[in-house]
Design a protein around this ligand. Structure first.
Ligand code: S2G
Ligand code: ZN
Length: 458
């Protein structure tokens, strides 16, 4: 592969912001997984779709691979550049059009931070439906490329369900303007939905039109101590009927211990429980809430619980769930992000809990996730004294068993974090050979030179 320098880019990509600084190469060549040593050959900062198109054409001419880069908050190695690729950072494409109240949507460029979309919507008296812990640093382009989920999928759906229009540059250098913000458009294959979740392997997303929702009513939050994880599904079914849920999250006591230690806060309830559920729902009257709470106690599903009395307290209760990821990051956890149909959650939980305790007797195992979506995050904390590589290979040995269990329930080995580099060896546990071959032929159509994010997903 050719080496590049400033002259090369001045000659071939006039006016494009680039960096060859070692520190910049290091920062932009990794995501949150620290899976590989970053080693891109350049970081490019296009300011518009035309510059992205010129980059794709030049990279094709000289045989450079391209790694699209957003907030690099990914958890499966999808934004890792470790083999001389050009990183294409969209962070300078940060334009936000005014909110369109009539159509209830907003036009944004790919580099816009997720939280900025949430704020723009709020200022216009509307609401952007997707939220998760890293929304303060993730970018819309990356959210779309991984079809990010988060904590309110139950009510508003995935990122996929917010995208009304998409602009992207394919690996063949074509600019696609997909669906143009239309609500209805029955004119053949919806290519927008091929690109959403394609992890930068089919095209580089440069802009999107996103759906906005009516401003939500005031909401209450309940944090409940569960006697046993088997209570979680009857509790979810009952809460789904009793309240207008916008979130139903689940986490084990080990998560609470990590958050309390990291954040220096007290546990949420007097008496510790093995598991917790956090419910968020449209505000309802006190009597309805208390009656439901009593019923859940009488049914033996919950041992204790607290209902938020203010928005501030609601945020405090959310912190026990939202801050798990940041609290355990220093322990370099091995993450599994699995999903099954909601009805299969108890069976899978039971089976996996037994399996991990048998195979990881001396590892700290943390369960948390979005029960309402059938999505569980199984995180194994690395023992302080164990070398990273030893830990990773021990976890990966158990992966076969974990994914075989997920496969038995026809579940997904990656619910929302994507496949990237990390989950690729086990893709066959969730996708058939015929599907994988079809995905490869689609990849050949969109990226004939194979320069877009090579080695990721497929
Ligand atoms: C969550 C965030 C990333 C992780 O907290 O729901 O998706 O697994 C995760 O720590
Ligand atoms: Zn999650």
């Amino acid at each position: 592969m050719k080496s590049v320098n400033h002259q090369y880019f001045q000659q071939h990509l006039q006016g494009l912001d680039i960096s060859l600084e070692p520190q910049v190469l290091e920062t932009y060549g990794r995501d949150w997984t620290h899976l590989r040593t970053p080693a891109p050959s350049a970081v490019l900062f296009p300011r518009n779709t035309e510059q992205v198109q010129a980059i794709v054409e030049q990279a094709t001419a000289d045989g450079f691979a391209l790694v699209p880069s957003g907030g690099r908050t990914g958890l499966s190695g999808g934004a890792v550049a470790a083999d001389g690729e050009w990183v294409v950072s969209l962070e300078k494409m940060r334009a936000v059009s005014g909110v369109n109240r009539t159509e209830s949507c907003i036009d944004v460029e790919a580099g816009v931070i997720t939280a900025s979309v949430q704020q723009a919507a709020e200022q216009a008296g509307l609401f952007y439906g997707v939220d998760f812990a890293s929304a303060g640093s993730s970018q819309i382009g990356g959210n779309i490329a991984t079809n990010a989920g988060g904590i309110r999928v139950l009510r508003y759906g995935l990122t996929r369900d917010q995208v009304l229009g998409l602009t992207a540059v394919t690996g063949a250098g074509e600019v696609l303007e997909l669906n143009q913000g239309l609500v209805k458009n029955a004119t053949g294959y919806d290519l927008r939905h091929l690109l959403i979740g394609s992890e930068g392997t089919l095209a580089i997303i440069t802009a999107a039109t996103l759906k906005l929702w009516p401003k939500p009513p005031l909401r209450d939050v309940m944090l409940l101590g569960l006697s046993d994880h088997q209570a979680v599904m009857p509790l979810f079914a009952s809460a789904s009927n009793g309240f207008k849920l916008s979130a139903f999250e689940f986490f084990s006591h080990a998560c609470v211990e990590q958050v309390c230690a990291h954040a220096g806060i007290q546990p949420p309830l007097e008496q510790a429980s093995n598991y917790y559920a956090l419910l968020e729902f449209d505000q309802t009257d006190e009597t309805t809430m208390l009656n439901w709470f009593e019923q859940a106690m009488d049914a033996g599903w919950i041992q204790d619980g607290v209902i938020s009395q203010s928005n501030e307290q609601a945020q405090q209760l959310w912190a026990y769930r939202e801050r798990i990821s940041e609290s355990i990051a220093p322990r370099k956890p091995y993450k599994n992000d699995i999903a099954v149909r909601i009805g299969s959650v108890p069976g899978l939980l039971e089976e996996l809990d037994e399996l991990v305790n048998r195979h990881y007797p001396d590892f700290e195992v943390l369960w948390y996730g979005h029960i309402g979506d059938g999505n569980l995050h199984l995180n194994i904390l690395k023992p302080e004294q164990m070398p990273q590589q030893t830990f990773k290979s021990q976890c990966e040995q158990v992966n076969e068993l974990v994914f075989a269990a997920v496969q038995k329930y026809q579940g997904s080995i990656s619910a929302e974090h994507g496949v990237g580099l990390l989950k690729q060896p086990w893709l066959n546990f969730s996708r058939s050979p015929a599907e994988i071959e079809l995905m490869r032929s689609i990849k050949r159509q969109f990226d004939p030179a194979g320069l877009l994010n090579p080695g990721k997903l497929l």
